[in-house]
Design a protein around this ligand. Structure first.
Ligand code: NAD
Ligand code: LMR
Length: 344
């Protein structure tokens, strides 16, 4: 029995070491990193907590929610990976959850039901995000913020305004998580192009709601014989991906598992950037000069201070150019709605 336990322990240690080595580190050089998840007991929060517990770049995992985090934290903490896990709940414990955090991931807030748009979540989620960002400004003003709560097109501008008021705003550290759009675009493209999904890349730009989600299939790799008609259908399916899940869940919420996966990918990219791993590039919704809109999702190089460089759009097809012009009014109005709310 003892020898069985020993081999299991050796396997876990070897797995964790080799995954660190795969990420470009020597096993001695991985710095301590604290990640806080706000909304950790929710549909996204729980599987995201699990995935972040499996990430060897995390040394301290703080799980915060208004309730139920002690159970989630106790459960996840038994997994034999690197990070220490602590559960926090209620306003009184928010400061402790945030103190010293390098990355704060925010999936707190209500999800959609069939028939709703993401903007229909604004009235509840805007207040939740505002309150959480006020606490972030106080307890971990230098953390990288990964905003998942919808409507992302408005919650990111709300966060920016809260940080500006507190005097802590750094545009390099605030990210709207649009990785799920990229994950979907890759999956749908691989299916149509009949290529192995593992090697597929598709940038997705714009925002994170309906037509503001603009996948750039003209830049998808590997190149494949996909007709214009199929590109139109792939674009629509990517834009409606969230709604597809909301309808399939029929009142029981929106994407949680694929979102947890996407959120974990993006947080991992942020941690790698912080740790100085070169050439970490992800699409994300950030303060931007790429278009005339103040916030825009595009490829971003991540570095030791968060955003290292916001990359341009590259060549667009006529269909994508048209999509870009179409998305601007809606995206601008969602951004302005967020800014107005934060300043009222
Ligand atoms: N960015 C994206 O691509 C993407 C994808 C999927 C879902 N979402 C959004 O993520 C959000 C969460 O979705 P879900 O399915 O996990 O919802 P959920 O209702 O299952 O979980 C939300 C959690 O947030 C918690 N919460 C509420 N107020 C809080 C506060 N003030 N502080 C801390 N926690 C608080 C709740 O207690 C709950 O546990 C929704 O707004 C949803 O639209 C975004
Ligand atoms: O669609 C939603 O409401 C959730 C999320 O934004 C998604 O894209 O799945």
């Amino acid at each position: 029995m003892n020898s069985m336990l020993r081999s299991a322990r050796t396997l876990a240690t070897t797995a964790s070491r080799s995954s660190i080595l795969r990420r470009g580190y020597s096993s001695e050089s991985v710095p301590d990193r604290k990640v806080a998840i706000l909304g950790a007991a929710g549909g996204i929060g729980q599987p995201l907590s699990l995935l972040m517990k499996l990430n060897p770049l995390v040394s301290n995992l703080a799980l915060y929610d208004i309730a139920n985090t002690p159970g989630v934290a106790a459960d996840v903490s038994h997994i034999n990976t690197r990070s220490e896990v602590t559960g926090y709940f209620g306003d009184d414990q928010l400061g402790k959850a945030l103190e010293g955090a390098d990355v704060v991931i925010i999936p707190a807030g209500v999800p959609r039901k069939p028939g709703m748009t993401r903007d229909d979540l604004f009235n509840i989620n805007a207040g939740i995000v505002k309150g959480l960002c006020e606490a972030i400004a106080k307890y971990c003003p230098h953390a990288l913020i990964n905003m998942i709560s919808n409507p992302v097109n408005s919650t990111v501008p709300i966060a920016a305004e809260v940080f500006k008021k507190a005097g802590t705003y750094d545009e390099k550290r605030l990210f709207g998580v649009t990785t799920l759009d990229v994950v979907r675009a890759k999956t749908f493209y691989a299916g149509k192009a009949r290529v192995p999904v593992a090697g597929v890349n598709v940038p997705v730009v714009g925002g994170h709601a309906g037509v503001t989600i603009l996948p750039l299939f003209s830049q998808a790799t590997p190149k494949a014989n996909v007709s214009e008609e199929e590109i139109v259908a792939l674009t629509k399916r990517t834009q409606d991906g969230g709604t597809e899940v909301v309808e399939a869940k029929a009142g029981k919420g929106s994407a949680t598992l694929s979102m947890a996966y996407a959120g974990a990918l993006f947080a991992d990219a942020c941690l790698k950037g912080l740790n100085g791993v070169p050439d970490v590039v992800e699409c994300t919704f950030v303060q931007s000069n790429v278009t005339d809109l103040p916030f825009f999702a595009s490829k971003v190089r991540l570095g030791k201070n968060g955003v290292d460089e916001v990359l341009g759009l590259g060549p667009l097809s006529d269909f994508e150019k048209e999509g870009l012009e179409k998305l601007k009014p809606e995206l601008l109005s969602s951004i302005e709605k967020g800014i107005k709310f934060a300043n009222k």
